[in-house]
Design a protein around this ligand. Structure first.
Ligand SMILES: C[S@@+](CC[C@H](N)C(=O)[O-])C[C@H]1O[C@@H](n2cnc3c(N)ncnc32)[C@H](O)[C@@H]1O
Length: 632
């Protein structure tokens, strides 16, 4: 029912509406909401060009400059390991991070710069109903810490962004821009990014991606038919599609994808090689279309008959003779007594690798309904709406790998929702023996109290994501075991797949004084702090902060051992040693130096006394000159 407004008419609003209906191109989003662009209006009402702001070809919105500054601002936050939620923490190479992805992307900059093969993201589409995370520029700029704690911070910053809001597109763009900018730094030289999106923001997303990744690196705007059945009606059309925007870090050659079932049908001929090479089709080996090439103009003999090409052969004589010897050529006698000579194109090449297909810019499924089924199979109920089908993600994850003939690499998803990307990586690794690793980031966004997820005990989305990975891993592992049993291979069954994941949670710095990072410390500043570590922080918390500051990846193997009676962390063998015990003295330095660590870190207040601090440094320099020492 319409509600009485109980106030007089706002004529300004009414006038704006009238002008907007006459000149829709003069309506714009400003920092104060929807306004009329008077420069544009003046131009509409003038027969000559009006002087004003210089014209440029680019997308502008109120808040763009702030978004650029936001991306460049350093963070003082850290990641804290959460062993109790992790699976096989010590051995796994997969990472799950809880927290706002902007801060997390900043923290990953040094450790993962240029190391990510593929990014897949499925951000909020800005449908008007979804939540948009508002970065608090003023607060971040001042390094202000929230007294109310992390949890409240997330809740305060997640806001609904209705279409009627004056900054509808601007707020979404300001949220996406810094994240994409930081994400690009992490891509490897041959890396690619896929972004799911729908009609609400595809235009704007493409424009900022052209700006951030470069128009030259645009690969495709794939149309994905995402739903079967009736679908919802928008603006008269039945809306059953989304997009997957794809960019590369650097210009790359053509992409390859797994061959489609449809294309496989053309390999429909069989010969004695069927078991090893699959079916085949044939292609003519004589050509009249190429330039005149004397080295391709020769005769061959078959059954004692000389065969000459009408113009020339496709292959050189050596290549053709090799193919004949390998039974890859078909000779067929024609009615006119001549031979047609064709090559066999097998589905599987001589190295046992199936041929690749070319990715299409239109995908018919797999459908969202399949994504829902993926969730229900694991949880018996739909604990997360609109999750992406894992078969869609598996298909996308094959692209770069085929192009490079590689079977490993890190996949990053920093809007990971129900962790479908981790599920897809696990499933692909199981089926194809690939070694994809993943880094997932997700905000601990609270689930709605009325939702099935909340009733099932999942208080935030991270709880759903982590549980999905655990359940998916268990199911895949069990499936492999059953298969081995049914094929009588149980005795030899040795499953080395990485089913684990390390959980990290974004938190305020471990250090009391947030303005100093470990690498900023020098001898002069050593004396300034006696105990600069926040109470309640564990040695593993400190270790991870040191790893991030030193640019070491978060999935390196961490071991703990006793040296001269003190606990020492060894990261990736001798890449980094960390000892946060007290009473560090010369005896300990002599012992630890024998292991020749490349880097070593101590607690500033952990030395026995000032003399020990100086001596330890000297001893390390003498016994292990390669070792770089720092304190926190
Ligand atoms: C469309 S969903 C992703 C769904 C996912 N692809 C799946 O298949 O389950 C987008 C997710 O991004 C998360 N998100 C939004 N803003 C975020 C932020 N600033 N940091 C991390 N995650 C965020 C939301 O909580 C939501 O779960």
């Amino acid at each position: 029912m319409d509600k009485l407004e109980l106030k007089s008419i706002d004529f300004v609003d009414q006038n704006i509406e009238k002008l907007a209906s006459m000149f829709p191109n003069c309506v714009t989003e400003t920092s104060e909401g929807i306004k009329i662009d008077f420069d544009q209006l003046k131009q509409e009402l003038s027969h000559t060009i009006i002087d004003g702001v210089k014209e440029r070809y680019r997308l502008e919105w109120p808040g763009k400059k702030e978004a650029i500054v936001t991306a460049n601002l350093p963070t003082t936050k850290t990641l804290r390991p959460v062993r109790e939620d992790s699976v096989d923490f010590d051995n796994t190479e997969n990472v799950y991070i809880e927290g706002d992805n902007l801060e997390v992307l900043k923290l990953l900059q040094e450790s993962y710069l240029g190391k990510i093969k593929m990014i897949y993201i499925d951000p909020p589409y800005n449908t008007g109903n979804d939540f948009i995370y508002k970065d608090n520029f003023a607060k971040d700029a001042q390094n202000e810490l929230l007294e109310s704690g992390q949890k409240d911070e997330y809740h305060q910053r997640l806001v609904v962004n209705p279409e009627t809001a004056g900054r509808y597109h601007s707020d979404w763009l300001s949220m996406m821009y810094p994240r994409l900018k930081l994400a690009r730094n992490l891509l490897s030289e041959d890396g690619i990014i896929f972004i799911s999106i729908d009609d609400n923001e595809i235009d704007n997303l493409k424009k900022i991606c052209n700006e951030i990744f470069g128009e030259i690196n645009f690969i495709s705007q794939v149309v994905w038919k995402s739903k079967y059945g009736a679908g919802a009606k928008t603006n008269g059309f039945i809306d059953v599609h989304e997009y997957i925007l794809c960019y590369s870090k650097k210009p790359i050659g053509s992409l390859e994808s797994p061959i489609s079932e449809e294309s496989k049908k053309s390999y429909n001929k069989k010969d004695q090689n069927f078991q090893t090479r699959g079916g085949y089709f044939t292609q003519p080996l004589m050509t009249t279309s190429m330039d005149d090439r004397p080295n391709l103009q020769y005769s061959i003999f078959y059954n004692g008959i000389e065969i000459k090409p009408r113009k020339q052969w496709v292959w050189s004589k050596e290549r053709l003779e090799e193919a004949i010897a390998n039974d890859e050529v078909v000779f067929s006698l024609q009615n006119d007594g001549t031979y047609s000579v064709r090559s066999k194109q097998y589905l599987i090449d001589e190295n046992g690798i199936e041929r690749k297909g070319k990715p299409l810019s239109v995908l018919q499924g797999p459908y969202t309904q399949e994504g829902t089924a993926d969730i229900i199979t694991l949880f018996d109920q739909n604990v997360f709406g609109f999750t992406k089908p894992i078969s869609l993600l598996e298909y996308l994850f094959s692209f770069q790998l085929n192009q490079k003939e590689e079977n490993e690499g890190i996949i990053l998803d920093f809007f990971s929702g129900s962790a479908s990307s981790a599920h897809a990586a696990l499933s692909k690794n199981a089926k194809e023996n690939t070694k994809l690793k993943y880094i997932l980031v997700q905000l601990p966004e609270a689930t709605e109290e009325k939702s099935d997820a909340f009733k099932a005990g999942y208080k935030n989305i991270c709880e759903i994501g982590k549980e999905r990975i655990r359940r998916a891993a268990m199911k895949i592992k069990e499936g492999k075991l059953q298969k081995a049993k049914s094929e009588g291979m149980f005795a030899d069954f040795n499953d080395t797949q990485d089913y684990g994941f390390r959980v990290y949670r974004l938190d305020e710095s471990n250090m009391q004084d947030v303005y100093y990072k470990p690498q900023d410390y020098n001898q002069a500043s050593l004396d300034l702090f006696s105990d600069n570590i926040k109470p309640g922080r564990t040695s593993e918390d400190l270790l991870i902060q040191v790893m991030l500051d030193w640019g070491l990846p978060l999935n390196l193997k961490i071991q703990s051992k006793e040296i001269a009676g003190k606990q020492v962390y060894k990261v990736a063998s001798n890449s980094l040693f960390a000892c946060f015990s007290n009473d560090i003295d010369e005896e300990f330095a002599k012992e630890v130096a024998k292991e020749k660590p490349l880097r070593i870190v101590f607690k500033d207040a952990g030395f026995k006394d000032d003399t020990a601090k100086t001596n330890v440094k000297q001893l390390l320099k003498q016994i292990s000159p390669e070792t770089e020492m720092k304190v926190i």
